[in-house]
Design a protein around this ligand. Structure first.
Ligand SMILES: [Fe+2]
Length: 318
């Protein structure tokens, strides 16, 4: 990344996101009953949901589809001018898309990353206005504390599968100024097996890991954060009693050091309950690069991950 590119601060944070599911009723039930989210609106076959920590009116849209997967992820920009600047960059670098509309959101620019994942950029958004029992004691909270299910506070990060991790990483670094906090190299020492990126001090907002199939544009997982490690453990018990299979965790990741728990929602999309991970305050922080041998030693907790964790994504093409 050049010095000019590293000074791009046009992305504020990960924004609303949309999941496709072949089983929308049970998928919405998973997010409401087990994760503790609320339904904000329904329009046709789409359901809009929010976490208790969302300042925007909604953050997750669930749509019926013949298969699971990511309909799109988005970033909110810092200003209307920042939105225009990033759209201009996309259009001048061969990634031009189209303007589109969305419920309770202003104009959205839709485009694809180099692996074909759909993204949107937007600035205008409606803020959530709590009423009745939703009204918090503290006016600085968007709504009253949920205290239900896993009690997720907000979207933490999105993990996508990519055939060319390096190309996707460079796309976000060069075009959007994301910082890359960790990279894992493949056995040849050149190709990248994973990249952990962020537009903020949070260790990861956007992650790319190696696509090991012939697929493209696939989702590995969405992660929602809770306030403590204890809540991750509590979520594991809630999932177990609900008959939801735990794929991995609870444990601590090597990269970024987040505490994790993975299940799949009934439509098949993988969802993580996450807590922690380090923050990066240093302006001159250098990307930590793991070579394949050192990565394989899994320093830290070294918890075993099942093989399908590295191959399963949505849509499922096995
Ligand atoms: Fe994750």
């Amino acid at each position: 990344m050049t010095d000019a590119e590293s000074r791009i601060h046009d992305l504020a944070h990960l924004g609303h996101h949309c999941l496709r599911t072949p089983d929308p009723d049970r998928t919405v039930g998973y997010f409401v009953d087990l994760l503790g989210m609320d339904v904000v609106a329904r329009q046709g076959d789409a359901t809009y949901l929010r976490t208790f920590g969302d300042y925007e009116r909604w953050s997750l849209k669930v749509v019926a589809s013949h298969e699971a997967g990511l309909e799109y992820a988005s970033w909110r920009t810092r200003s209307p001018e920042a939105l225009d600047r990033r759209v201009a960059w996309l259009e001048s670098h061969g990634y031009g898309g189209a303007w589109t509309e969305e419920f309770a959101i202003g104009p959205c620019y839709s485009f694809q990353d180099p692996d074909g994942h759909p993204f949107r950029l937007y600035y205008e958004t409606e803020r959530y206005v709590p009423t009745g029992a939703d009204t918090p004691a503290l006016p600085t909270s968007p709504q009253a504390y949920a205290g239900r299910g896993a009690n997720v506070r907000r979207l933490d990060h999105v993990n996508l599968l990519a055939r060319d991790v390096r190309r996707c990483r460079e796309f976000w670094e060069d075009g959007f100024g994301l910082r890359t906090y960790e990279v894992v190299l493949g056995p040849d020492g050149v190709a990248e097996a994973g990249a952990w990126m962020s537009g903020s001090i949070q260790g990861h907002e956007l992650i790319y890991t190696q696509e090991r199939s012939t697929g493209s544009g696939r989702l590995h997982h969405l992660a929602y954060c809770v306030d403590s490690r204890e809540e991750v453990l509590r979520a594991a018990t809630i999932f177990a009693d609900a008959g939801v299979r735990i794929e991995a965790g609870p444990s601590q990741h090597t990269a970024i050091q987040g505490f994790y728990l993975y299940t799949r929602e009934p439509g098949g999309n993988r969802v993580e309950i996450a807590n922690g991970g380090y923050l990066v305050f240093a302006p001159d922080h250098e990307t930590f690069v793991w070579d394949a041998d050192r990565w394989e030693t899994k320093p830290g907790w070294g918890a075993r991950i099942p093989p399908e964790f590295h191959t399963y994504g949505t849509p499922d093409i096995t």
